[in-house]
Design a protein around this ligand. Sequence first.
Ligand code: AMP
Length: 464
Amino acid sequence: MRFEDFDLQPEILRALNDLGYTEPTPIQEGTMDALLRDKDMVGQAQTGSGKTAAFMLPILDRIDPDSKDLQALVLCPTRELALQVADAARSFSKYLDNVSVVPVYGGAPIVEQITALNRGGQIVVGTPGRVLDLLRRGKMILSDCRMVVLDEADEMLSMGFIDDVRDILKRTPWGKQTALFSATMPDPIKKLAEEELHAPEFVKVASKEITVDTITQRVAYAEGRDKLELLERFMEEMKPPTMIIFARTKIGTQKLADDLKRRGHKVRALHGDMGQGARDSVMIAFRGKRIPILVATDVASRGLDVSHVTHVVNYDLPDEPEVYVHRIGRTGRVGREGFAISFVSNKEKPKLEAIEKLIKREIQRWGIDTPIPPLTPEQIALAEEIEAAEESGEVEEAIVDNPDAVADASTPGSTEPTAEGDAPRKRRRRRGGRGRGKGGESGEGGGGEASTGSEGAPEPVTAE
Ligand code: AMP
């Protein structure tokens, strides 16, 4: 199947061509046709599956560029994901005239987002807390919203946003199209889909297809501090050009990063105890291939889309087996080879069993039978690029000297209406007209910088 087989506007196809998308991924193949036909949809797929394009291309295709009204709303669990989705929307719509995308999220000044909304954004991508805040202040109007997407619905549930999501949905017009994407389908998400979606079509892309098959997975057994020695041995042998090391707790993450730094490794920490500015700098540098290794908590790195990660280490196993799949999915993106290793203590063995049950396979031990793939020329170039950036000292300056060293006042619950709230403006519904634009740049809106916000989601502070 090819993108041309969907009846997409030529400007969108041209942008996809620029991005090098040749054929749709399974989730795109499974959902786009129904979405283009205005059907409600439940898509079970993870980050890395291409789900963003799966819902964004049908949205862009049906936006009326002659109307500045908000026509599509995408809700995401984190500001990081919201920015990522907005960026993707902008790159897909770069040849469409007069289509703009506005990201809105907590932890950043609301005033700028209101200004961007006032300029007119047909597509708003936002986190539930901030969207609700804007709605309550009367700064965002959903009366013309025809398409709603709940992205990573299970993450929104686990971060405590489900009531906000329901509240937002209540404010959207009857008869709109709703699409829900989720990596897992816990009961409350099923219930939400049953109650809020109208005769939805279901498409499931097994996580196995999208991540596990392209990733070599291994386990190694170690207790306590021995894990640090093991990690050093692993780094020595595998020479990972870019790697994320996941630890369970904020304190554990910082300590591990400090230990590794003391031993001369070029690593940076990423967790919720860092200020938003510091997190943003680390993320931008990692995304920009200027930092080789991140030590991160799950929450801080949520929604992080970096396609060049070659190795993932689970220094601690996550409590939920689904999180394991999510973590290792940071490598092996869109068919690339990836490598993931998990360090397992005796106490963690039940967690490993749960993971193996979920992925329906036994993970082999790391050892002599484990292939050490030679680095590809692309990976060697990547390692050299990162090294040069490190040696220049600019990365260190940007991160260490960041004054924003304490946890910021990012306020997921800042949904209180304010006294200054305007009454919603009356808007005239202008429908139809696919308004096939041509040429020129588009996609205006606020925000724009990559960031790692987790909207203050809970992270374990200490080990069990
Ligand atoms: P997502 O799951 O939406 O976060 O997408 C994961 C990655 O896959 C992103 O870097 C996308 O740019 C890329 N991607 C999405 N769809 C395609 C496609 N059809 N062909 C190639 N790359 C894609």
